[in-house]
Design a protein around this ligand. Structure first.
Ligand code: SAM
Length: 289
């Protein structure tokens, strides 16, 4: 894809230093993906935004600079201290907070965020049937959730097509199509789906980025080139949390779920077992049928 076309498609990204982007990239092109996702999101200055699975926090920097939002740059594999240095280097220490956390055990208050974004990472932790029921608690009712990253045009046929067999490792079974993702969230009734689509010529951009970022990754480049957009692409899903929905908190993946729900400090500062705790874990049990 030539420079003019890239500039037309990603005008905000084209303002950033290509060397800095290369250094900050982990999966797909972090700014193309964030810019594309943000086309469907409503971000305004001062909003609190969770950038979940932020990697080296390139997307967090983009969100802070482009939309004037406050970002909680949260990641599992990248230490918060490393990201803090990256954030300070670009003078965004007052706008981006680095957090080290597992997406299945988040240290945030319910309804804290105005929006949640996940760039090229949701498939690592988010495709469990019950994950939305967990994640959605952290965004205010009416707030948006957006995910964008590697995905499929339609669900992967089986057997996996010959030209993709070498590339298709076991971890890729969590890649899905936009229509799969739409149904996955829509059926819960927890959110209103605002957008579910694939990136135009996503496979070309995938190769373009891989050639810059990891030119020796021949197996991946060959696979995506051979596939030529038949199966592998980038997908985007944007939804808005609906009000007044009841969440099944006992099903949250967080092992600390609801433990201190009825916490009552005693006079001497020692924790007293609550009614639900002393009822042999009844607080964390599924409802009886
Ligand atoms: C392909 S990288 C993408 C990083 C970044 N969003 C980007 O676009 O450059 C995937 C990221 O997902 C994060 N990740 C994987 N599993 C996670 C989990 N359970 N909780 C939080 N982050 C997770 C990893 O730490 C990694 O940074």
């Amino acid at each position: 894809m030539d420079a003019n076309e890239l500039q037309a498609r990603f005008p905000r990204t084209s303002q950033y230093d290509p060397e800095w982007i290369l250094e900050m990239g982990m999966g797909s092109h972090p700014l193309w993906m964030t810019e594309w996702l943000c086309q469907k999101m409503d971000l305004r200055p001062g909003m609190r935004v969770l950038d979940l699975g932020c990697g080296f926090a390139a997307s967090s920097v983009f969100l802070a600079k482009e939309f004037g939002v406050q970002v909680w740059a949260t990641d599992l594999w990248v230490p918060a201290t490393d990201n803090w240095k990256r954030i300070q280097r670009v003078n965004l220490a007052d706008q981006i907070i680095p957090i080290h956390a597992d997406a299945r055990s988040l240290p945030f208050a319910a309804e804290f965020f105005d929006a949640i974004l996940a760039i090229d990472c949701f498939y690592y932790y988010g495709t469990d049937d019950l994950y939305l029921n967990y994640l959605v608690q952290f965004v205010k009712p009416g707030g948006q959730l957006g995910i964008g990253g590697a995905g499929l045009v339609q669900e992967m046929p089986t057997p996996v097509p010959e030209h993709l067999r070498e590339f298709w490792s076991q971890d890729l079974w969590s890649l899905h199509s936009a229509s799969w993702l739409r149904r996955h969230w829509e059926r819960t009734g927890l959110v209103d789906i605002e957008s579910a689509d694939t990136m135009e010529d996503g496979w070309r951009l995938w190769i373009d980025w891989q050639r810059r970022k990891a030119p020796n990754n021949t197996p991946e480049i060959t696979a995506i080139e051979g596939d030529a957009g038949r199966n592998i692409t980038y997908t985007r899903l944007v939804a808005r949390r609906l009000p007044n929905m009841t969440l099944a908190d006992y099903a949250w993946p967080d092992t600390l779920k609801a433990v201190l729900k009825d916490f009552q400090p005693s006079q001497d500062g020692q924790h007293q077992p609550t009614k639900s705790e002393s009822a042999e874990g009844a607080a964390n049990s599924p409802p009886s049928t």
